[in-house]
Ligand binder design. Structure first.
Ligand code: SAM
Length: 171
């Protein structure tokens, strides 16, 4: 569950068909109550099909996605259900949260496609690894949002996307 960095568990940036276009940063306002962080089913991810550039990344067979600030894993489990060809990796510094996230993932039968690491995402992300990096409902709380977003961007493969959703956008 923990310790991707240094244990060889990080996914490898293996594919060679990537373009060299700069990564996009998508800022999509969250809809209160849309439920991706709850136990609700992945219908809450229907919105992503309406964002073609994002859907294209998530729907790739073998897509590798990071969920920064994953909490207890609901924001990781929902997109894993919505995109069955993807592998997801949750990161959170809170041990009880990642412990619960691993348990919820096992209960959901998704242990083959979801892993978690306990740590500060700003310090623990491998470079050039992910097709998409999510930050759901966590940016507003961070003491170092710039470093966090910089790490998220560096963790992308060349044409990857960072997706930030936060109901507390005013913060
Ligand atoms: C409000 S919760 C959101 C959880 C989940 N993304 C969701 O939508 O259900 C914010 C999470 O961000 C985590 N967090 C705080 N600082 C972090 C950091 N430096 N790196 C990664 N996660 C962090 C917290 O531990 C907390 O679990």
């Amino acid at each position: 569950m923990t310790g991707w960095a240094g244990t060889g568990r990080w996914p490898r940036p293996a594919r060679s068909h990537r373009t060299s276009s700069p990564p996009a940063v998508a800022a999509i306002p969250a809809t209160p109550g849309n439920g991706w962080s709850s136990r609700r089913p992945p219908a809450c991810w229907a919105w992503s099909a309406g964002v073609p550039d994002l859907h294209r990344h998530l729907d790739r067979p073998g897509a590798v996605i990071a969920d920064l600030g994953c909490g207890e894993g609901w924001s990781t489990i929902a997109p894993a259900r919505a995109y069955p060809g993807a592998a997801l990796h949750g990161v959170d510094p809170d041990v009880p949260s990642t412990t619960a996230a691993a348990a919820h993932t096992a209960d959901a039968g998704l242990g083959e496609r979801i892993t978690f690491t306990t740590g500060d995402a700003a310090l623990s992300l491998p470079p050039a690894t992910f097709d998409a990096v999510f930050a759901f409902e966590c940016l507003h709380d961070l003491p170092h949002p710039v470093e966090f977003l910089d790490a998220a961007r560096r963790a992308l493969r060349p044409d990857g996307v960072v997706v930030v959703m936060d109901e507390a956008a005013g913060d």
